[in-house]
Write a protein that binds this ligand. Structure first.
Ligand code: GAR
Length: 210
């Protein structure tokens, strides 16, 4: 059974997609062992509670320095003994100590087709604002492994989504979630739980089997 810790910051619709996929059997062989939020008011924590999953808050505000927060975050993740950490709308730069401790075992969902519309300043609704400002006709979502560089690690899954005439950032965000994110993230966890994902020396992922 793959032990999954999920890190969140806000509404938690991606967390919900994972909870639902485990419940319906779309993801077999995995359980969420802990939800960690940097924001105590995140609705994602309520979603975790409703699903009977332990949810905790580790906020930088509760620590005197970033270093102390980083160490606390690492400790609270390690306690849960996860095999996989899923960043599902986690708006905190993952500290190097966490990346080191869980190398190759952290995935993130990004609401665009990496390497477009990613990096510093590209998070949440801002991503969709920039897509519309640039006049891109296609966007999408990406699940990738996390390394030291923002939105940079090996790409696992991607799905394109059409940008439509008259889209607002909110409308586009919702379409990207419905058509891509809520499908890709559970699928990525399922593939990893089935042991079907490898990363080669060049940092390219490969998915075995059907
Ligand atoms: C999602 O669109 C996710 O892809 C994005 O934040 C949203 C969280 O929504 N993540 C990032 O921008 C990370 N760079 P949710 O809390 O409803 O899952």
């Amino acid at each position: 059974m793959l032990r999954v810790a999920v890190c969140v910051s806000g509404g938690g619709t991606n967390l919900q997609a994972i909870i639902d996929a485990i419940k319906s059997g779309k993801i077999e062989n995995a359980q969420i062992v802990r939800v960690v939020s940097n924001n105590k008011n995140a609705y994602a924590l309520t979603r975790a509670g409703k699903a009977g999953i332990e949810g905790i808050c580790v906020s930088p505000r509760d620590y005197e320095s970033r270093e102390l927060f980083n160490r606390a975050l690492l400790a609270r993740l390690q306690e849960a003994e996860p095999d996989l950490i899923v960043l599902a709308g986690f708006m905190v730069a993952v500290p190097a100590c966490v990346i080191d401790a869980f190398r190759g075992r952290i995935i993130n969902i990004h609401p665009a087709l990496i390497p477009s519309f990613c990096g510093k300043g590209y998070y949440g609704l801002h991503v969709h604002e920039k897509v519309l400002e640039r006049g891109a006709k296609v966007t999408g979502a990406t699940v990738h492994f996390v390394d030291e560089d923002l939105d940079h690690g090996p790409i696992l899954l991607q799905k394109a989504v059409e940008v439509k005439e008259g889209d607002t950032p909110e409308v586009l965000q919702r379409r990207v979630m419905e058509e891509a994110e809520w499908i890709l993230l559970p699928r990525a966890i399922s593939l990893i739980a089935q042991g079907r994902v490898t990363i080669d020396e060049s940092g390219i992922t490969h998915i075995s089997g059907k």
